[in-house]
Design a protein. Structure first.
Length: 336
């Protein structure tokens, strides 16, 4: 009997398993219901009682040997096949979707505006969103009783009745950055100044309490109105296409004289309409005096445009609030 057990043990040890077929053959030969291990246990009936314990132990060892060989071979074969593909994971599984971000339509419109003015020789400057009265109003030649200085129109962060303490406001336009630039640097100056601005307006599809502007300033000797208009026309053509229909109208701003506004023709289902895209003008001599630039030597032009309006025209967005709600269903449409 013991020889029989030893023989099976030898067979198990010598069995070659190098592929799936051999693995299955091994299982059938030794571990299946009619396999040799089971057959061996079947011989227990012939073993005399006093030998049963000893034989049982020996048989169990053989059974464990066969099971271990089977499991080891199986996992060796699996890792070998993984190595063959050079991958640790199951490469047939579907990949996890990846979600990439995208630039906000305002950022995209602003980038285009910046690129155009960089090509025209402007550099980029910026200034604070919390401004004092001097930079936001006084230096820009706003008279003391100008309606913009009213709480109805402007967010005041500090209203002061002390003569030596200034009112603080959330800037209502980017023009105060002009003042900071001219205080800091001597002409010639040629900069654009993008930034967020705030106005105390009711929220509707067309107006919001915050929006974005790009200011432009060019100061040098002999800067003319002709150059201003040429710059603006060049901008309109590069932004809206060389066939853009535009017009320039006289207007008024406290800090420019003369002042103009530029409109572009916007085609729509109802035919089309003129849309104002920017305000501009020649820097008022009073502004130069407030920042100690001699208006007898220097002239300059300035312009200011709304980025939101440009983004809305460009992408056919009809409600400004969409630009500030950060709804992914909206933003995902602007992936490039
Ligand atoms: N600051 C003006 C506005 O907010 C725009 C402007 C800028 C007009 C520069 C003229 C010159 O409406």
């Amino acid at each position: 009997m013991i020889e029989k057990i030893e023989l099976i043990k030898k067979e198990i040890k010598n069995f070659q398993i190098t592929n799936e077929k051999q693995l299955e053959a091994f299982r059938l030969e030794f571990l299946s219901r009619n396999g040799k291990v089971q057959e061996m246990f079947g011989m227990m009936g012939n073993v005399p009682n006093e030998k049963k314990a000893e034989m049982g132990k020996a048989m169990n060892k053989v059974k464990i040997l066969a099971q271990e060989k089977f499991e080891d071979s199986k996992s060796n074969l699996q890792s070998a096949s993984r190595k063959e593909f050079g991958a640790k994971d199951d490469i047939t599984l579907p990949v996890e979707p990846t979600y990439t971000g995208s630039f906000h339509p305002l950022t995209q419109a602003l980038d285009e505006i910046k690129q155009i003015f960089l090509r025209l020789g402007f550099n980029i400057a910026d200034g604070p969103e919390l401004e004092d009265d001097f930079h936001n109003f006084t230096a820009l030649n706003f008279p003391p009783d100008h309606p913009a200085r009213d709480m109805q129109d402007t967010f005041f962060v500090r209203k002061s009745d002390q003569p030596d303490e200034q009112d603080l406001v959330l800037r209502t336009h980017t023009s105060p950055v002009q003042i900071r630039l001219m205080k800091d640097q001597q002409p010639p100056l040629r900069s654009i100044m993008p930034g967020r601005v705030y106005r105390n307006e009711a929220v509707t599809a067309k107006s919001y309490f915050q929006f974005n502007q790009v200011e432009g300033l060019y100061v040098d000797k002999n800067v003319t109105m002709g150059e201003l208009i040429e710059t603006l026309v060049m901008f309109a053509k590069l932004m809206y296409g060389s066939d853009v229909k535009y017009r320039v109208r006289p207007s008024f701003f406290p800090f420019t004289e003369p002042s103009i506004e530029m409109d572009v023709w916007w085609e729509n289902e109802k035919g089309g309409q003129w849309l104002e895209i920017l305000g501009a003008g020649m820097v008022d001599p009073n502004v130069f005096e407030a920042v100690n630039v001699d208006p007898e030597i220097y002239t300059g032009f300035a312009f200011g445009m709304g980025v939101d309006r440009i983004a809305m025209l460009r992408y056919g967005i009809d409600d400004i609030r969409l630009l500030y709600e950060n709804d992914l269903r909206f933003l995902n449409q602007f992936k490039s």
